[in-house]
Write a protein that binds this ligand. Structure first.
Ligand SMILES: NC(=O)c1ccc[n+]([C@@H]2O[C@H](COP(=O)([O-])OP(=O)(O)OC[C@H]3O[C@@H](n4cnc5c(N)ncnc54)[C@H](OP(=O)(O)O)[C@@H]3O)[C@@H](O)[C@H]2O)c1
Length: 274
């Protein structure tokens, strides 16, 4: 079984650098996919209230027999539940669906700037952290301006910002900001939902290393220092995406992938999604 490296978050909690995402997987199918992932060796699972599959994740965790302290479970607060009291209630509902007494990471899913509630919401997450109901708190889809503003009123610096990130959208300004504040960068849609897998540079590096295009892109993330959470419901791909710890890209290989940056956003724009 592959050994997945951990990164250490800014509060000392460790998090696997590679995890398993379940966006767009129906609840029933989620149980089977997470069971396959846990069996393959994944220990970090990324879900969200809005995915509608926290129960499916919880069933797989309960049936797996994997000790709770070996798991790293992330879920996210949906936009409609932003605000101090509603965030606390939404957290309780997520925990209940997951069948857990705590999560490892709780994220504000989107800044939704037009709602102007993320600073109030953050205070609720700080309370959840202080009460030991989550081991770390963070944000998702925060742009530099949202993060800078949050940091002005926050008592706790977010441990993580989970953002769309892949060779086609490299988010350098955000990654620099994260580095300055000790915030871990977690890449969602690390494979750009497949959109970068036929890029010539990716395909030619796959041939060079005798690996798949997805494995090349995941290696780029890992060597760049990103946390990755590729999603698949296909058993062979679930294994393939984990089988990335026994080869390395050279500096030239990394440069060839870094040259693919082109503002390729596959998901919503965080400035306008509300
Ligand atoms: N915070 C946010 O706002 C946010 C937004 C989006 C996603 N996320 C998180 O990030 C996770 C990953 O993102 P994502 O699901 O959007 O996209 P992704 O992981 O970049 O790509 C998933 C797609 O790629 C395919 N795939 C997976 N492994 C492959 C491989 N080895 N070779 C070829 N194709 C492969 C999958 O197909 P099959 O499943 O059919 O195998 C699926 O269609 C999500 O599941 C979710 O947990 C967070």
């Amino acid at each position: 079984m592959s050994s997945i490296p951990n990164i250490t978050l800014n509060n000392g909690v460790t998090m696997p650098q590679l995890g398993f995402g379940v966006f767009q997987v129906p609840d029933e199918a989620t149980t089977a996919a997470v069971a396959t992932a846990l069996d393959a060796g994944y220990r970090s699972i990324d879900t969200a209230a809005i995915y509608g599959n926290e129960r499916g994740v919880g069933r797989a965790l309960a049936e797996s027999g994997v000790a709770r302290d070996e798991l790293f479970i992330t879920t996210k607060l949906w936009n409609a539940d932003q605000g101090h009291d509603s965030a606390l209630a939404a957290f309780d509902a997520s925990l209940d669906k997951l069948g857990l007494d705590h999560v490892d990471l709780y994220l504000i899913h989107w800044p939704t700037p037009a709602r102007d509630l993320y600073s109030d919401t953050w205070r609720a997450l700080e309370k959840l952290l202080a009460d030991g109901r989550t081991r770390a708190i963070g944000v998702s889809n925060f742009q530099p301006a949202h993060l800078e503003r949050l940091l002005k009123s926050a008592s706790v610096v977010p441990a993580v910002n989970q953002i769309e990130l892949h060779p086609g959208l490299q988010q350098r300004e955000l990654r620099d900001l994260h580095a300055r504040h000790g915030i871990a960068t977690e890449a969602w849609s690390p494979l750009a939902q497949g959109a970068v897998l036929s890029d010539e540079a990716v395909v030619s590096l796959a041939a060079k290393h005798g690996r798949s295009p997805a494995q090349i892109v995941l290696r780029w993330h890992l060597q760049t220092g990103n946390v990755v959470i590729p999603k698949s419901v296909t058993e062979a791909r679930i294994h393939e995406n984990l089988d990335v710890f026994d080869f390395r890209l050279s500096a030239e290989d990394i440069d060839a992938l870094t040259a693919l940056d082109r503002g390729l956003r596959t998901g919503p724009d965080p400035d306008t999604l509300n």
